[in-house]
Every structure is written in C-alpha cells, then in structure tokens.
Ligand binder design. Sequence first.
Ligand code: ATP
Ligand code: MG
Length: 562
Amino acid sequence: MSVLSTPSPGDFIRDIIEEGLRIGKHEGCVATRFPPEPNGYIHIGHAKSVCLNFGIAAQYSGTCNLRLDDTDPAGESMEYVESIIRDVRWLGFDWGDRLFYASDYFEKLYAFAVELIRTGNAYVCSLNADEVREHRGTFTDPGKESPYRGRPVEENLDLFVRMRAGEFPDGAHTLRAKIDMAAPNIVMRDPVLYRIKREPHYRTGDRWVIYPMYDFAHCLSDALENITHSICTLEFENNRPLYDWIVEKLISGDRPRQIEFARLNLSYTVLSKRRLIDLVRSKNVKGWDDPRMPTVTGMRRRGYTPEAIRNFCAEIGVAKNDNLIDVSLLEHCVREDLNEKAPRAMCVLRPLKVVIDNYPENQTEEFDCANHPQHPEMGTRKVPFSRELYIERDDFMEDPPKKYNRLGPGREVRLRNAYIIKFERMLKDEKTGEATEIHCSYDPATRSAPPADGRKVQGVIHWVSAAHAVPAEVRLYDRLFTIEDPGGEDEFLSYLNPDSLETLSACCAEASLKDARPGDRYQFERLGYFCADPDSTAGGPVFNRVVPLRDSWAKIAGLKKS
Ligand code: ATP
Ligand code: MG
C-alpha cells in the first residue's frame, strides 16, 4: 500500500520546501519528524501531523523520523510509547530504523547547556518560580533583569554541575538563557532552559534530577537528527525566535527551520490530550480505545480505516489560520472508503417476528447473495431463508403514513435478495397494542425476480431467518458532545451527550456473520457500516456502528449520495 496513493494537494509548507529545493538549501534533502510526547494516546489531530510529516518526506524522497519527545517525566510512560508506535504504523507510515527518543539526548543536551554557559549565553538564576514570573513583565511592560544575571561563568558552571548532582531542592535554581528582558516577545525574556525536578523518568529512572524545557530540547533534538523542516502547530509561532536563537548559538552549518501550521479542530470533539485524559479518568468513556474517542486507537476500534483517515487529512489540507472542521467530513471520508470495501450483510437490530403462513414448515432455501453490488469479484455468500423470519420493528406500521414504503396492512414488500411478501394479519400485545408477530404470505414466483404482472411493491426491507439467526450485540454511537466546540469550554464534561452510546443486545445477524472476527467491517443493508468488536465471543459477535448510511456532509457539500 502506498502512502502516495492519497494525493497531496499543494500547500504553503510544500511551497516553502520546493523553494528551498530550488535554491539548493539543505543540499536538496528533506528530513521531517513526528515528535509526540508519550503522555497520552494520539488523536485525529496528531494524525494530521503524521500525514503531513510522513507525506512530505515521501513526496520529496526524504525521511521522516518518529521521535518520542519525552523530556518531561510527568505523565510519560511506556504504555503511551507503545500505543504511539502501533498507531502511527497502523496509519500506514514507516520510519525505518529512525525511531528516536529525546531522552536519549539528555547527556548531549546537558553538554549544549554547559556550552551556552561557557559562552556567556546562559546563567543559573536563583529566583523562585513566583519571582521569575514577577520579573518577566507583561505584553505592555518590559521585564526586569534577574539579580543573578551577572553571575560569573565559573560560578554558573559550578552551580549547574551541582544542580545536576542533586545538591539543591526542586525549584531552588534554574538555568536561563541570557537574551533580553526588554524583548517585546515575552518568550525571549531570559527563558528557563533547565529546572530541578525530582521525578523518575520512565526511561532514565532517577539518573536525572534536572530536565530540559521543551524549547531547549526540541530544537536541539531536531538539529541532532539533521531535521530540515520542523513542522509544528501555530501555538509555537512566538517560540520560533527562541528556536532560532538556540540553534544559532549552538549549531554551525545547516540548521533546521521551524514552520507552523493550524492545528486541527473538529466539531463536537475535544482534541487535547489533557481533556482526553479527563474523559478516560472520569470514566465517561470506557478507555482510550472507546469507539467514541477521537484517538487513533478509538477510531480503529470503531472501524475507521487508515485510508479514510489519510483521505480526510488530505482533504482538509494545511492552513495558516485556525479553523473548525465539520466532523461530518471525517464521517463522509469513512463512508466513501467503506462503501467500496465493506461486504454487504443483513442484520436486524430490533427484531419483529414474521411468519410466512404459506411457506412449507421445515423447509430451508439458500440464496446466493452478492457481497457487493458493484464488485462481483468480492463473491457471494449463502443466506438461508425459512418460514419464520425477523424484520426490523420499524419496518412495520399498523397505521402508516402515506409515504411509508415498508410493510403494513394491505401492503407488499420485497425481502432483500428474496421473495415478495404480503401482510395477512398480526398479533398484538394486549396492553401496549404493539405488534408481537406478523403473518404474511409469499409469492413463490418472485424469488429474486420482479412480479410477473408488473405490480409495484412498497419497498425493500432486510430480514434474517429466525432459525439461522446469530444473536448479536450492536453498539450505536452518536457524537460524544452536544455542542459544536466543547474544547473551548472549561466545563466541557457538562456538555457530554447522554445518548452517545446505545447498546442493542438482542439483534439478529445473518448466519454468515457468525465468523466475524474483530476488525471485520460490513455494510449492514440499509443501516450503515459496522465493525466487529474485540468484545465478540464464541457465543455471539459484537458490532460497532462505524457510521450510518446517511451522509450529512454530502448534503452540505451538495455531493451526490454514494
Ligand atoms: P495536545 O494539544 O492534544 O495535548 P500536544 O501538542 O501536546 O497535543 P504532542 O505530543 O506534543 O501533543 O504533539 C505531537 C505533534 O502533533 C506536534 O508536532 C503537534 O504540533 C502535533 N499536534 C498535536 N495536536 C494537533 C492537532 N490538533 N492538529 C495538528 N497537529 C497536532
Ligand atoms: Mg505538545
């Protein structure tokens, strides 16, 4: 499978790269990286960054590294590393032997810090966190210089060595870049480069009690890996001068260049690891892989395909301004992909029994049904038919409105892939008046053929033979939030959709679905796309609804219905 099969439209980042190639920058090389911090599972926003970084590398015959940006021990873990590796691979990308950990650079980063001290570009500051903040100034007022700013190089070196050796309590000192406390950009006002923090690291254990700050570690990790284009999201725009300052002080020759793009925001979805962790911890979802989660692992379990996600990322492109993408576009991409790939099957979600009075008892027929109406190469399957069937409860109405094109008194419908049946009588629950059993007759001459007299029937409905039905559980999902931009709300958990999961535990699947294995995807006729869940047992499959058939995006965009 080629990643390049997903066409990548031009964009401002590719323009920058092509211009660089044209004038011979970076000796014609393109090297990117995807640098997640292993403090959570990656989500659809990260997928956008993955597609961008790996896509660009593939397009320009370059390389893309997978780098675990693990320089802040709080919240990082091996579980997250493993999930990221699995998820990026599943998205269809390959980093060859270029899997890196920023924590492997701790020693080198320390040496770079020493170098900055030696050249008079960094100093050990003994203000506490509050004092550092007070000295920083505001957007309108310049900052004040730290009283420790003038410390001699030797004293700074001595203190920094002792910071590393664990001689001081957390927060007692920091290492700061000596830049400009009056800089209009607050980021440049002597930013902290190292802090003392006694927290074991999931890879380096207790070896370090000082940790580099993101701004220091990230640009130098890029430089160490000979990254040419360091693509990140817009919130780092103000940090770019610091990125450049640090690499200019420490790296000679070719330097990486930071380019910012707008992060993905999706309607009805939160895309921040912190918020996703809140969702998991508060048990409002079943875990990181809950099919309602926008995580890659959640989308995989739901039944989304890597191709659909890549197509979505290509479709939205990259922009310089933040915007909110309609989640129905993502669902549209999933539907388009599954429409081509998913074999058809029949499953009744809310069964109502139908007895065909004139069909012989104890007789079973098998119909050869096409697995895909447009793809004969996908073959056929046998679907058993007998006297007692299940149909969908809402495919029958005792007193239907005019436009109802299903079964009701005096009506005929076609059973998909089978006969035309005609309503004869019904049994009712005496208390509720609800239908409990429908009796019909069938027309033997209509087996997969139109009626000889050319009469019109009401419509086509799906069904499952009662004796052959496989008991199944089906989970229907709706949006997790009731408002368009829950990410913008502090109290985002109060906007959870109470109906985001509906579990139907008495569904009847056609016989062939008995063998569905977790991850197998189907179109259940008339209902949508479904994917077998790992919760499936020998006793019965469990299906997640991936997306319903109705395409609200196609409606918005005026596309023809697929
Ligand atoms: P979050 O904001 O969700 O907590 P993060 O930015 O802290 O994520 P990182 O692990 O630092 O997560 O992200 C790794 C890469 O993915 C970064 O280059 C980041 O810019 C990119 N990224 C994260 N979220 C998005 C998003 N919503 N859209 C596009 N790229 C993103
Ligand atoms: Mg981050």
